[in-house]
Design a protein around this ligand. Structure first.
Ligand code: AMP
Length: 214
């Protein structure tokens, strides 16, 4: 199953995507995680993406398509993948459809995480992220240690979780990513709206119920 997770930054796509991937035994592909790792390692990809990411802007579609194609062609994605934040523009939605079609596959479901903006700003401005495993934490401070991902990391405040970048990301979501919702509706996708307000377990239960895997 190839499942696209859509929704504004901070809606919980990463955390729920990880749970869903474990449940279905498929990898989670998150372009944001790939890009942050590239920035941390100072690779050419990271150098190209860093400035746009820090501002809260999108990186170019061509860069995303490269990451997407490579990840989907990897052997571990043969049975499907959870695509977290991978589709943020309509050209990317087109590109994903083409890439999957070439592999004899399709997008099987689109989960749209819905949440109001006030709650998002509250969540993102209190978030720290492990620089090793990328897990988000709320109520823990930058500099604290994380050992949850099997490797020891340090909690950092993502540059794009600063107030100005948060506002920018919301605007980018409204302008460039929300048209992707209509794109999927017009292309007859199996698009399901998930109420993303509530505890992690509550949202997970709604997601599983929507997919018929509860
Ligand atoms: P995320 O971790 O999903 O919030 O992504 C962090 C940042 O990475 C975004 O604000 C963008 O700058 C960049 N990014 C991640 N995925 C994409 C994408 N599909 N298209 C464009 N930029 C992306």
């Amino acid at each position: 199953m190839n499942i696209v997770l859509l929704g504004p930054p901070g809606a919980g796509k990463g955390t729920q995507g990880e749970r869903l991937a474990a449940r279905l035994g498929v990898p989670k592909i998150a372009t944001g995680d790939v890009l942050r790792a590239a920035v941390k390692n100072g690779t050419p990809l990271g150098l190209e993406a860093k400035a746009a990411m820090d501002r809260g802007d999108l990186v170019p579609d061509a860069v995303i398509m490269g990451i997407m194609k490579e990840a989907l062609a990897a052997p571990d994605a043969a049975k499907g993948a959870i695509l977290d934040g991978v589709v943020r523009t309509t050209p990317q939605a087109d590109g994903l459809a083409d890439t999957l079609a070439q592999l004899g596959k399709q997008v099987d479901a689109v989960l749209l995480f819905e949440i109001d903006e006030e709650e998002l700003v509250r969540r993102l401005s209190g978030r720290t992220t492990c620089d090793a495993c990328q897990r988000p934490f709320f109520g823990r401070q930058p500099g604290e240690t994380c050992s949850e991902g099997g490797v020891t990391g340090t909690l950092v405040r993502r540059k794009d979780d600063e107030p100005e970048a948060i506002r920018k990301r919301m605007q980018v979501y409204r302008d460039q990513t929300s048209p992707v919702i209509d794109w999927y509706v017009q292309h007859g996708a199996n698009l399901v709206r998930i109420n993303a307000i509530g505890s992690l377990d509550e949202v997970e239960a709604r997601m599983n119920a929507a997919l018929g895997i509860s």
